[in-house]
Design a protein around this ligand. Sequence first.
Ligand code: NAP
Length: 300
Amino acid sequence: MTDRINDQQINEIRNHIEKRRVTLNDGTTLPALGQGTWYMGENEHKHKAEVKALQLGIELGMTLIDTAEMYGNGGAEKVVGDAIVNRRDKVFLVSKVYPHNSGLNKISTACENSLRRLGTDYLDLYLLHWRGSVPLAEVIEGMEKLKNEGKIRRWGVSNFDYNDMMELVDIPNGRNCVTNQVLYHLGSRGIEFDLLPWQREQKMPIMAYSPIAQGGTLRKQLLTDPTVLDLAKKYNANPVQILLAWCIRSNDVIAIPKAANLEHVIENASAARIYIEKEDIDRLDQVFPKPHRKMPLDII
Ligand code: NAP
């Protein structure tokens, strides 16, 4: 696959990932580390490298792939489609529908278009990308219909705050939602106040997007923080791996870092070997505290 890593190293990483699994409320187990695809499929020259990165990630055990009709205007789904040729059965495929396509008159076509780009006849999970103007009852009806038609195996939501979830589960079939994909990383812990504990009670894992804080100043702050650097040294890791290990520390969060660079893919998958000890979690809490009041949901 790549000369950067040999078969023995691949097996070691895969074994670590195999031990870090998260269970959905329907009993399905998934790796706690998956792969994101935002910004893939935007540049034809990068297509091959992006396909290779996802394939290496699959080989290393990061078999959950998150994409969306939005990313690269369908381009990311095409990259994923090429990456999963002859590997479809190994992969748990997640895509997302735009809110403006989530009404009963549009969701079937949106889903079929995603399936065509992905070169498959079913999604393992279909998410409402964020809440729009279509009533939730109608979104649920559309999702359930797709499920009954076999086009999706299960559905969930994204960027839903606690109150949105309360509304959702009050609607018939709303409790069939299996996950809520939200922004979560060491520098953005607002969901720990109410959303995360509630989802924990429901046995509905959080899918953490931007687990390494994508770009910008906050990321720099996290990756150069003295405590993070100190722990990186202690665990023989790098700061990104500490952020990922922190994100998946409790067995009920799935982190989906995006990496188009092969070294990054290897580093991210290798974070599965790191179990941050309680005293070190406490140290990180000192620098990046848990929320003590309701915070607005962070969204990018
Ligand atoms: P992210 O995964 O936190 O960060 C991605 C960035 O980090 C890329 O620039 C990547 O570079 C770099 N990177 C990856 N691994 C690295 C490593 N080991 N060392 C240094 N840099 C590394 O941000 P994200 O893409 O926003 O979030 C992840 C995924 O979540 C997305 O791709 C998408 O699938 C999903 N998402 C969902 C929503 C939503 O509304 N539901 C919103 C945002 C994201 P390279 O690509 O060059 O390797």
